[in-house]
Design a protein around this ligand. Structure first.
Ligand code: SAM
Length: 306
């Protein structure tokens, strides 16, 4: 499936693009959001990051349509500061993070992200990294697997699934996505299996988060991103599950609230350096939900430096 940029208008509104501004798209993907940002720039510039070489190839093609307007960086966005320093880029007017995997990554059978295809266990966004789903499934101790399934997958049968994996890999390594799906199925009570959607959904999500260290890299980029913002600069983040959203929400709340001792008179109330762009989290409109299944779990939050 082609990757449709999620909440494109809402993202552009939240970024409030200045035509001469410097922007960062930390998750280029197939460039849906990037292209729309580029279309609003005159003398401005867009720096794009992606850790996936296929995404970088697409970025290189796009840059031919926008000569001298793009800098392309193949890296994890957790290295934001270091990379921007390397390219001598200082203040930023807007940063977008559209987290998770893209539809082309998900739909490419060779990448192993989807339980719909039978393929070697992989799930790496960055094909140069060593940790992959095969190692997680075959080498992690029982307790760690159970924790990942429970916390990252919110999987009710985490313990039973981890136990089955432990048993199975004593006989022979678990090599493919379908082998893993069968093991997950066998750990479920048959009554629950009949009521549920695909039984492997949560475990696959959990393994993907672990392989790509998605929560750790998100936590590590947040401070770097806000410290780079120019006055009126925006950090805009699209999340796709509750764990990511909680991290972003708590970080934004911390930056936009002050504990004021009750004795301080109202007229001298200090203001925070940052403010929320929207009081409430933004979700996709009905129209988008109908045309793009990925939009269902999407949440948009944004802050602005005063
Ligand atoms: C949801 S897609 C972005 C789609 C994009 N906004 C578009 O309109 O095409 C996420 C992309 O970000 C990349 N990505 C995810 N986490 C990353 C990280 N920590 N560092 C760099 N790239 C990352 C993935 O490889 C994927 O290509």
């Amino acid at each position: 499936m082609e990757h449709l940029p999620i909440m494109l208008n809402e993202v552009l509104d939240a970024l409030s693009i200045k035509s001469d501004g410097i922007y960062v798209d930390g998750t280029f993907g197939r460039g849906g959001h990037s292209r729309a940002i580029l279309n609003q720039l005159t003398t401005g510039h867009l720096v794009v990051f992606d850790q996936d070489e296929r995404a970088i190839e697409t970025a290189q093609k796009l840059s031919l349509e926008y000569p001298n307007k793009m800098t392309i960086i193949q890296s994890n966005f957790e290295h934001l500061n270091e990379k921007l320093d390397e390219y001598n880029i200082k203040g930023i007017d807007g940063i977008l993070l559209d987290l998770g995997v893209s539809s082309p990554q998900f739909d490419d059978p060779s990448r192993g992200f989807s339980y719909r295809f039978d393929t070697r266990l992989d799930m790496r966004m960055n094909l140069n990294q060593s940790l992959d789903a095969y190692q997680v499934v075959n080498q992690y101790p029982f307790e760690k697997l159970m924790y990942i399934f429970q916390v990252y997958g919110e999987e009710k049968f985490a313990k039973q699934i981890a136990r089955k994996i432990e048993k199975q890999r004593e006989i022979k390594p678990i090599e493919t996505s379908f082998e893993l799906v069968d093991i997950i199925r066998s750990a479920y009570p048959s009554k629950v299996l009949k009521q549920k959607g695909h039984p492997a959904k949560q475990v696959f999500q959990a393994i993907r988060i672990e392989v790509n260290q998605e929560l750790e890299v998100l936590k590590s980029v947040l401070d770097q991103a806000v410290n780079r913002l120019n006055p009126d600069g925006r950090l805009v983040i699209l999340t796709f599950h509750s764990l990511e959203d909680r991290i972003v929400k708590q970080f934004f709340n911390k930056l936009t609230t002050i504990d004021v001792p009750s004795k301080i008179p109202l007229q001298v109330l200090p203001t925070t350096e940052f403010e929320l762009v929207n009081r409430k989290v933004i979700t996709s409109k009905e129209e988008e939900l109908e045309s793009n299944p990925r939009a269902h779990s999407a949440k948009l939050r944004a802050i602005r430096k005063r």
